[in-house]
Write a protein that binds this ligand. Sequence first.
Ligand code: DC
Length: 216
Amino acid sequence: MTHVFTIAIDGPAGAGKGTLARRLADHYRLNLLDTGLTYRAVAYALIQHALPLDNVSAAETAARQVDMAKLDRAVLSAHAVGEAASKVAVYPTVRRILVEKQRDFAKTPPGAVLDGRDIGTVVCPDADIKLYVTASTEVRARRRLAEIESIGGTADFAEILADIVRRDERDMGRADSPLKPATDAHLLDTSEMAIEAAFLAAMAVIDDVLAKRDKA
Ligand code: DC
């Protein structure tokens, strides 16, 4: 049987896990899933229908309708959608529906890089590689500000920082599948690291696992 290879990447908003996941998926020729987009798609559907974010049964319906092949990053990447996604992500029934779709995606050969908050702990606890990517709140806020400014926008650093702290609290503090490193995750702190260095560090971890496996 062909082994389906899985790389699980978790971490808080703005730690650089999305870029890292894309680089790794390209390098190891694996499928790529940003699981945050699935929660964003649910939040976006509720916002579009002017429904409150605590309407759990509408959120469940939206979750069932999420089409993994049609997740539109351009539409879903808005800051307000991320904030709303973090709110619908607290509901266990919504999570269960999305987690099932994420697991199906992960099982598709040749395997995948998935990034999110609970990939190594809940979605793919048997992943071949687990990375927990983090950075200080200040560094993450600075990166977010630079990102906004690079596309001609303006934002207030203190507001961005407060947003990040609030989102961390919600994602780490929820009862179901809170953000935390899996016990067997490799920690990667990107506070003092450019994305290229983070990519090289992750590659070293992965190649080491692959080399040991080849020898076994
Ligand atoms: O990674 P992101 O910013 O696109 O995620 C948006 C929100 O979705 C995040 O604040 C919490 C939720 N989320 C989650 O609960 N579990 C995941 N695996 C991915 C995202």
